[in-house]
Design a binder for this molecule. Structure first.
Ligand code: SAH
Length: 386
């Protein structure tokens, strides 16, 4: 075998295969950087294995072990040669977020607090029976978009997640919920703005879609964005194309500008024009999310404007009555205001649904994900100083 069997190891102590595999990178800071299997989509893994002298098809086997069977210890990967298992333990790591805490809502929704390799924490949510099982996954620690009604926005952006950390949430949830082999959907609606972390998000989608791994159909994945238009234009050309949800929240620039700071850069008309250009498969539609805020954007007049705006767009509207939280200066509208708003849209032949607020009692509902007490990034500190 071509692997350098006699190369001095970065570690003085003789670890068992399993321990070496699990050791974190900084314990071997002198050694050359080891590939993190969690970060590699299959072509990259094939290249890494072939560079080490192994056959290309080993990547398929590894994908099956890691994603399909949930086995991360190379010693247990029984169809790999001993050489390869040793090489994996020596030259690769597989980083998995650590489950710190899980909390179950009275409605069955579960919120998971996960710790990443650098100690940062994120939240992921499991929402059962909607009608299928759904994982709500984060793409960033915090978020830079600062939407006026969103708690995550209060954190600012701490850092982007890596592709492995995005997929890692799915790996951890499948295990924790004993859902191996069960079909589920993914919504990129946890912490963060997925299009603000474009490359990692796309790599994660390709890993999730890989036929030897989770083999997720992109139709089971929904990407929600506040409307970063250059990235949205790029998304239009991706081979793995998720469903698209646009966080619109208001039909005019005047109103939206107050709620979504990014609207000052990419206004309502531009967002709608980009949606009209967005390539959709037959019978597919763009979801427009609309957080209803009492007295702000929930009047019948707003609904009529919204209906006019969406005329000619292959769309459906998902109304989200605000999930209120301390420090959020808005109120949730009464149920009859929500119904009235929905009725106006329906009268204009717009498909409309009202999102049930799941997991509000454990702060797992939309816009309620926040991890307190994280150290601020240099960029954040700078922002505070300025
Ligand atoms: N950054 C992405 C994903 C955000 S979370 C985006 O903006 O689309 C998914 C949805 O929850 C978004 O539509 C977001 O606007 C909404 N949301 C945020 N805070 C909320 C709150 N307090 N109540 C209800 N929905 C909220």
């Amino acid at each position: 075998m071509v692997i350098a069997r006699h190369r001095p190891r970065g570690l003085m102590v003789r670890y068992t295969v399993r321990q070496v595999f699990w050791s974190v990178r900084d314990t071997v800071s002198e050694a050359p950087a080891r590939h993190d299997l969690a970060e590699l989509e299959r072509p990259a893994l094939e290249a890494a294995l072939m560079a080490a002298g192994y056959e290309r098809f080993r990547a398929r086997q590894l994908f099956q072990w890691i994603y399909r069977r949930g086995v991360v210890d190379p010693a247990r990967m029984s169809d790999l040669s001993r050489d390869l298992r040793e090489a994996l333990a020596r030259d690769f790591v597989l980083t998995t977020p650590t489950l710190v805490h899980r909390e179950r809502s009275s409605d069955g929704t579960e919120k998971f607090l996960l710790r990443l390799a650098d100690g940062r924490q994120i939240e992921s949510v499991f929402i059962p029976d909607t009608p299928s099982m759904t994982f709500c996954v984060s793409t960033q620690v915090g978020c830079a978009m600062a939407c006026a009604f969103c708690l995550t926005g209060r954190m600012g952006l701490v850092r982007n997640l890596t592709a492995g950390e995005i997929v890692g949430q799915v790996r951890v949830l499948v295990d924790a919920l004993a859902m191996r082999g069960v079909r589920f959907n993914i919504v990129l609606m946890g912490m963060g703005e997925p299009l603000h972390n474009y490359d990692a998000t796309m790599t994660a989608l390709r890993i999730l879609a890989d036929e030897f791994g989770f083999a997720m159909s992109p139709r089971r994945i929904t990407l929600s964005t506040v409307g970063l238009l250059p990235a949205l234009e790029k998304l239009a050309h991706e081979p793995v194309m998720p469903n698209l949800a646009i966080s619109l929240h208001a039909p005019t620039d005047e109103q939206r500008g107050e709620l979504v700071p990014l609207n000052k850069k990419y206004g309502v008309a531009d967002v709608i024009a980009a949606c009209k250009r967005f390539p959709l498969k037959r019978r597919n539609r763009i979801t427009f999310e609309y957080v209803l805020l009492s007295g702000v954007n929930d009047r019948p007049e707003d609904a009529r404007r919204l209906a006019r705006l969406l005329a000619g767009v292959k769309s459906k509207v998902n109304l989200i009555p605000l999930n209120a939280a301390p420090g959020i200066p808005f109120e949730r509208p009464a149920d009859d205001a929500v119904s009235r708003f929905a009725q106006v849209l329906a009268d204009h032949h717009i498909t409309v649904s009202v999102r049930k607020s799941r997991g509000r009692d454990i702060r797992a509902a939309c816009g309620q994900l926040i991890v307190e007490g994280q150290k601020k990034s240099p960029a954040q500190q700078l922002a505070v100083i300025l």
